[in-house]
Design a protein around this ligand. Structure first.
Ligand SMILES: *Cc1c(COP(=O)(O)O)cnc(C)c1O
Length: 604
């Protein structure tokens, strides 16, 4: 099989440097089996080619079946093998001494998906280059660094040993040897602590033997980082706690950032023009300069100009929504947006319970004075994640009922443009006024949508999770709608014993919303369709939707009040942008370069 490179040039903004992004496509070494073809077996003649090329047809193939899991591991190995060989090819152009490899090369493991690179580099150094184990291991360990992107234990990959025995037997031998030597260190450091040895082992012995890729990454890397301050802390203290004790110096934080060129300049040219007219140019690659906008939050003419741009962006977004969903939305209504991957921990269901609650308030009192809102959802579900698919169905079902009800008189609109992606994001983030960042505290590693919204002048309603905490610290608590349990309170509640049914039974608003959904109000009378979602909340409510429901509703009522004062809202919006320069990806990359890769900027 051949790995075919596909190279994209990535020019810097206003620099003379160009980086290359090299992706790989799997190509069959043989187009087809002529012998087979010649004897009339046309399908079999191309079978091998299809099998080989399937490796790179779909990134992250559905791992819901054994065949899918095997394809995923083959894909991971394929991409890693291609890139490592390319890295080594380039290293050889100017170097002959392997000990220089870590000085010339850093390999950042982006989550656990490429961690097979550690035993692959060992295999090359041992079996192809003839280095001894200690030499090879020293080189590997000084080359790799690991970024963890999650806190969900189920997202830290584990591979069955049996799959490795069959697909990657040599890599399995190398992993066993790494483990053997590593556990000897653990035992030397913590004599008699076999429970610790079992937790830190690269092999999980319970329910079929499995390889723990996060442990392999932690053992084989010189640096380990999380992607927001809270996340790095939780990684060190909980998720990778034993490694935190063993290798405290490896742990770092690198708070994520977003590209100001894409998410401001390209997405929101009018806002950028106003900013440049106000504070001069040069801020797009020196985002701390946005601070220069702060005094203008008190300038009525500037606020007027700021509002007009938001209004323009909302009109563009409304036009896009109409084109994409055939639903007319009023650009004068508050644009309340939740766009992100569909996952239970992100709590799209909490947002839906809020919408149903507002809808029921209008049913009770059609003359109720509420701020008109458009609720915009965007999300994709992993292909094998049935619950997430059902939640998407529910958003669309609630939209169908709310949008058509004459009592609502268009004061609430729910829209879900299909196929949320970065290009769609470029239309959505600039037109948003309220950014929904409502994950259960301790579950969202960082979030980056939260940063895109704040930079484009949306106010955040959010929990103390991921980078929300840093956003709130920077923009000021008075410019952020905070609600919900914090990480400690979540842990305490779970320890005490969480009984979602009691929260439901004791809150009439919540009970009414849940009952309406379960009884089929939003599913054309079908009381079975959304029942499983409501039952899961009533029985387990893994992500404490019910516990955070009332604080969320109360905070949303504060949002409603504040929106009635456009000058105050605009002031907060300006300060959100002015104080979010820290979330430029330039700052993030500078930190990786300085603290992990040991790179100095190119002087031009
Ligand atoms: C920014 C972005 C995300 C990440 O959103 P979060 O709210 O941080 O989860 C996901 N998908 C797309 C298309 C994005 O642009």
């Amino acid at each position: 099989m051949l790995g075919e490179p596909c190279t994209t040039l990535v020019p810097g903004y206003g620099t003379n440097t160009v980086n290359i992004l090299r992706l790989w496509r799997a190509r069959a070494a043989e187009e087809f089996d002529f012998q087979m073809f010649d004897t009339g077996n046309y399908a079999q003649a191309v079978e091998q080619k299809i099998y080989s090329e399937n490796i790179s047809k779909v990134l992250y193939p559905n791992d819901g079946t054994p065949q899918g899991r095997e394809l995923r591991l083959r894909q991971q190995y394929f991409f890693v093998a291609c890139s490592l060989h390319d890295i080594i090819r380039r290293f050889r152009l100017r170097n002959s001494n392997w000990n220089d490899f870590p000085n010339k090369v850093s390999i950042q493991l982006n989550d656990t998906h490429p961690v097979i690179a550690i035993p692959e580099l060992m295999r090359i150094l041992l079996d192809e280059e003839g280095l001894n184990w200690d030499q090879a291991w020293r080189i590997a360990q000084r080359t790799f660094a690991y970024t963890c992107h999650t806190l969900l234990p189920e997202a830290l990959e584990k591979w069955p040993v049996s799959l490795f025995e069959y697909l990657l037997p040599r890599h399995l031998e190398i992993i066993y040897e790494i483990n053997h030597r590593f556990l000897a260190h653990v035992r030397a450091r913590f004599p008699g602590d076999e429970a610790r040895v079992a937790r830190m082992s690269l092999i999980e012995e319970a329910d079929g033997r499995q390889i723990r890729m996060a442990n392999l990454a932690s053992v084989g890397s010189f640096a380990i980082n999380g992607v927001a301050s809270l996340h790095s802390q939780l990684l060190h203290d909980f998720t990778l706690a034993d490694f935190g004790v063993m290798f405290p110096d490896r742990f770092q934080n690198k708070t994520n950032g977003v590209s100001p060129r894409r998410f401001m300049k390209l997405a929101n040219p009018r806002l950028c023009q106003l900013i440049t007219e106000t504070i001069g140019d040069g801020w797009l690659n020196d985002m701390e300069r946005l601070r220069g906008l702060e005094p203008y939050a008190d300038d009525a003419a500037f606020r007027q100009a700021w509002r007009e741009i938001k209004r323009y962006n909302k009109e563009s977004l409304a036009a896009f929504v109409q084109y994409s969903t055939q639903t007319i939305v009023d650009p004068g209504a508050m644009m309340d947006v939740m766009v992100k991957r569909l996952h239970e921990y992100k709590r799209q269901l909490l947002k839906l319970l809020h919408i149903v609650t507002l809808y029921q308030r209008l049913q009770d009192n059609p003359a109720l004075d509420i701020v008109p809102r458009t609720f915009l959802f965007g999300a994709k579900s992993a292909s094998g994640y049935a619950t997430a698919k059902l939640i998407i169905k529910m958003v669309n079902s609630v939209a169908e009922v709310v949008n058509a009800d004459p009592i609502v008189r268009d004061r609430l609109k729910v829209v879900f443009p299909a196929n949320f992606n970065v290009t769609m994001g470029q239309i959505i983030y600039p037109g948003a006024e309220l950014s929904e960042q409502i994950s259960l505290a301790g579950k969202e590693a960082s979030g980056t949508g939260n940063m895109k919204f704040a930079l484009n002048g949306a106010l955040t309603i959010g929990t103390l999770d991921g980078a929300n905490i840093e956003i709130r610290d920077l923009v000021g608590a008075e410019n952020f709608f905070l609600f919900g349990l914090n990480t400690q309170e979540v842990m305490d509640l779970k320890t005490r014993g969480y009984h979602p049914y009691d929260w439901y039974a004791n809150n009439r608003t919540l009970k009414r919303a849940v009952d309406a959904i379960a009884s089929g109000v939003f599913s054309r009378g079908d009381a079975t369709l959304f029942r499983p979602l409501m039952d899961a909340l009533l029985r387990h409510d893994e992500y404490l939707v019910f516990a955070d429901f009332q604080p969320y509703i109360d905070s949303q009522d504060q949002v409603d009040l504040l929106y009635r004062d456009p000058e105050a809202w605009t002031r907060m919006s300006i300060l959100n942008t002015a104080r979010s320069g820290y979330f430029s990806s330039d700052r993030t990359i500078r930190e990786y370069a300085h603290d992990i890769w040991g790179l100095k900027p190119v002087k031009v």
